[in-house]
Design a protein around this ligand. Structure first.
Ligand code: NAD
Ligand code: TYD
Length: 349
């Protein structure tokens, strides 16, 4: 019996990881620890909450006393750490909350693991991170596991810092760790501050589609369930102290992806061809906007045998269908503080 602490399990990627682990491994006990910030939502786990091997604890990873008590009580065998402030635009507006959660929160968890894992045999601290730590690419080339860190946003700088802390605990204390750095995820349950769900929601409501700058920045998109599958593989087969890059070799210019969404949604919403694309509005660029991200996932593929399961067009289709079928979910998450966020971020941009 393995007892796994998943942090941030009520968020977008975390809920997919919790779902995969709780359903696929009935012998594991999954404890989901989440502070339920604006991004955490227990509705994301409706189909998991009644499973006998799943439990939820509300709490903050930066609260050292609380985390220590939890480790003392629960005797975890492993941690899969996803809890974070995750949105670049919010990190530009409020960098300190990113420093607190992503850096201090990770340090508090690492330190609790170090203190309470007297016997480190068979234990694992898995840190889920981002490709944004590597900075920005030019027209060609890929991020590999040996690309030097060069973060630009407060978000990516805080994630880079947390990665370094994880490596420092491996080197200094021999804490059994593994890190993965993944490209941009898309799929169901993503909060509509990120590009794809924001655009899908705005298309549904015929609202302007705010494309930053010229829309020529490039992102490498991976279906969230394939990210969760990669985490499963790395959790079970990854080598301690190693980093694995996760990505689907699937690069898109922002403007192209928004046009593709418009085209698919015109059909699904029975609109005339080209109608949704008329909503595209170019707005002021993001400060420090990274030009291009692209992941080389060869190591994960060659050493651990992982490949993405879905083609992008199929994943996008499933994702759009999920948002169209879950109007109530999107209504709930956009009805409160989201309105203020949207106003601050977009109205006089
Ligand atoms: P998210 O914002 O959807 O979810 C974050 C979760 O963490 C939420 O449930 C939130 O309530 C919780 N949380 C925030 N602060 C907390 C705190 N102090 N204590 C406890 N819980 C707290 O994020 P996501 O997109 O699901 O990302 C999850 C992880 O994956 C993050 O570490 C992120 O850096 C990483 N990542 C994300 C992407 C992506 O494309 N979204 C890509 C690569 C890596
Ligand atoms: P985002 O989903 O915020 O992910 P990240 O910044 O972590 O890559 O943004 C993806 C890309 O889309 C990024 O280049 C910024 C751009 N973007 C827009 O053009 N308009 C928007 O409203 C948002 C949220 C993002």
């Amino acid at each position: 019996m393995k007892k796994i602490l998943v942090t941030g399990g009520a968020g977008f990627i975390g809920s997919h990881v919790v779902r995969l682990f709780a359903k696929k491994y009935p012998d594991y006990k999954i404890v989901n620890l989440d502070a339920l910030t604006y991004a955490g939502n227990l509705e994301n786990l409706n189909d998991v909450e009644s499973l006998s091997n799943y439990s939820f604890v509300k709490g903050d990873i930066t609260d050292e006393t609380f985390i220590d008590q939890l480790f003392a009580k629960e005797h975890f065998d492993a941690v899969i750490h996803l809890a974070a402030e995750s949105h670049v635009d919010r990190s530009i507006m409020d960098p300190l909350s990113f420093v607190k959660t992503n850096i201090l929160g990770t340090a508090v968890l690492l330190n609790a693991a170090r203190k309470y894992w007297q016997d480190m045999n068979g234990k694992l601290f898995y840190h889920v991170s981002t490709d944004e730590v590597y900075g920005s690419l030019g027209e060609s080339g890929f991020f590999t596991e040996t690309t030097p860190y060069d973060p630009h946003s407060p978000y990516s700088a805080s994630k880079a810092s947390s990665d370094h802390l994880v490596k420092a605990y491996f080197d200094t204390y021999g804490l059994p760790v593994v890190i993965s750095n993944c490209s941009n995820n898309y799929g169901s349950h993503q909060f509509p501050e990120k590009l794809l769900p924001l655009m899908i929601n705005n298309i549904v409501h015929s609202k302007p589609l705010p494309v930053y700058g010229k829309g020529d920045n490039v992102r490498d998109w991976l279906w969230v369930e394939d990210h969760a599958r990669a985490i499963d593989v790395i959790f079970h087969k990854g080598k301690l102290g190693e980093t694995y890059n996760i990505g689907g070799f699937n690069e898109w210019k922002n403007l192209d992806i928004v046009h593709l969404l418009c085209k698919i949604m015109d059909k699904k919403l029975n609109r005339a061809e080209g109608e949704s694309a008329k909503l595209i509005t170019f707005v002021k660029d993001r400060a420090g906007h990274d030009k291009r991200y692209a992941i080389d996932a060869t190591k994960l593929n060659k050493e651990l045998g992982w490949t993405p399961s879905l083609q992008f067009e199929e994943g996008l289709d499933k994702t759009i269908d999920w948002y169209l079928a879950n109007g109530e979910w999107i209504e709930n998450v956009t009805s409160g503080a989201y309105k203020d966020y949207y106003k601050d971020q977009y109205v006089s941009r």
